[in-house]
Design a protein around this ligand. Structure first.
Ligand code: 5GP
Length: 184
């Protein structure tokens, strides 16, 4: 499980990792959030309306779900199984609630929290992205501070001060965890 405040650079990090490691894959979540410019349905997220989300919820299709920044996000059981059946190591991009939820279920997860170098840097990245309005930026910064306070609950913390270095660190965590699994 990889958690990161919005704007911490998770997407760039995962793009690097996927290019460097073909054993990992990321599961595509379902969300009620509107697509940002450039986001592709079925790739970044499955974009659905609230009615469809609630149908999936009622049908017990989610391993976990959460409300984040006023929108709902959920991990489909079918998507997780598809990735695992393909023999891949699956990265779930979840908020802190999602990580806690899986832990409570007793899932054997490795959890990693990605930190931005600072809240100032985070704010500047959110503004540069230009996809969020002022109110949204304020909500995301407040949530970022709350989420960062929970980083001690994670197995690992990576500080995304320099993308190459952070990507190397993520890769070595994965390699170590794979070795640990093999040895156990
Ligand atoms: P964004 O709107 O910036 O893409 O994502 C907002 C937050 O929702 C991020 O913290 C992201 O990790 C989280 N998120 C995305 N998909 C899921 C999901 O399926 N479950 C949970 N619990 N959080 C998710």
């Amino acid at each position: 499980v990889l958690s990161a405040p919005s704007g911490a650079g998770k997407l760039s990090l995962l793009t690097r990792l996927r290019a460097a490691d073909d054993r990992v894959t990321t599961a595509t979540s379902v969300t009620t959030r509107a697509p940002r410019p450039g986001e592709v349905d079925g790739d970044h997220y499955h974009f659905v309306d609230m009615r469809r989300f609630n149908e999936l919820l009622a049908a017990d299709e989610f391993v976990e779900w959460a409300e984040v920044h006023g929108n709902r996000y959920g991990t489909l059981r079918s998507e997780l199984e598809r990735c695992l059946t393909a023999g891949k190591d699956v990265i779930l991009e979840l908020d802190v609630q999602g990580m806690r939820h899986l832990l409570r279920q007793g899932q054997d997860i490795v959890s990693i929290f990605l930190m931005p170098p600072s809240l100032e840097e985070l704010e500047s990245r959110l503004r540069k992205r230009g996809a969020n309005d002022e109110n949204d930026i304020r909500v995301r910064l407040q949530n970022a501070a709350d989420e960062m306070a929970a980083r001690g609950e994670y197995d690992y913390t990576i500080i995304n001060d320099e993308l190459d270095r952070a990507a190397d660190e993520l890769k070595s965590i994965l390699d170590n965890e794979r070795r640990r699994l093999q040895d156990s």
